[in-house]
Design a protein around this ligand. Structure first.
Ligand code: SAH
Length: 230
């Protein structure tokens, strides 16, 4: 009897090993099932999504779901965006290696990590200090050293590092902060979710050409709100 129990236990303990896919395989599946069929075709974006381990940016309890097709909670009432949204926004920025990129809403640091693979330096601003610290640790643990994090209200951008060729806002704003438009360089692109508080928002692509601003709506989206310091 004892031997049967031991055998059964051994068998059970082996199941997770067989059932488990490596993180690399899970990322490949994510790319094949969630990104390519929905129009993500930029090679550099796909390469970055294949390289960055999403599980390294989520709390322990969320790791089994790291490659699910949805946002995940990261603490402090915030979320890491759905992989498709990260890839879509990255692709929409049409980045060149030398571009200066500003992200508003560091959150877990995952989006910044993906961007860090495409450009020389990423600047990112987070309003919640504990999240900024965690993001710093996540990036540091992966030896990503070309992301600079500022703790503060992203409504004001990051003046000292401006102008930016690309600005990506990963929190839903009610209106486009004018300071961010000012900090966008000529020929620059900004991607920002805009719309009513707690409602469906539009993912807006804003471009600046010889001082002229053009806005186009890319799709309906839901994002955690862009907050302001009182
Ligand atoms: N890009 C993140 C997800 C961001 S969730 C990732 O890859 O994980 C949106 C983030 O925006 C939250 O962390 C929230 O705290 C932050 N945020 C909201 N309002 C902000 C503001 N005014 N300035 C800077 N960050 C802000």
């Amino acid at each position: 009897m004892k031997r049967i129990i031991i055998f059964a236990l051994l068998l059970l303990s082996a199941i997770p090993v067989f059932a488990q896919q490596s993180a690399v395989e899970r990322r490949q599946n994510m790319i094949r099932e969630q990104l390519i069929p929905r129009g993500i075709s930029d090679k550099e974006t796909l390469k970055a999504m294949a390289r960055i381990p999403r599980e390294a940016f989520v709390p322990h309890s969320q790791k089994p779901y790291a490659y699910d097709d949805r946002p995940l909670p990261i603490g402090d009432g915030q979320t890491i965006s759905q992989p498709f949204m990260v890839a879509f926004m990255t692709q929409a920025l049409r980045l060149r290696r030398t571009d200066r990129v500003l992200e508003i809403g560091t959150g877990s640091g995952y989006q910044a990590a993906v961007l860090s693979q495409l450009v020389d330096t990423v600047y990112t601003v987070e309003i919640i200090p504990s999240l900024a610290e965690r993001a710093y640790r996540h990036l540091h643990n992966l030896n990503i050293d070309n992301v600079q994090i500022l703790t503060g209200d992203g409504y004001y951008g990051w003046k000292e590092k401006s102008p930016f060729d690309a600005i990506i806002v990963t929190a839903g704003a009610e209106t486009i902060p004018p300071v961010l438009v000012e900090q966008l360089s000529d020929d620059g692109i900004m991607i920002i979710p805009v719309g009513p508080h707690r409602g469906v928002r539009q993912l807006i692509k804003l471009t600046k050409k010889r001082g002229k601003i053009k806005k186009t709506s890319l799709m309906d989206v839901r994002f955690v709100p862009f907050v302001r310091k009182e």
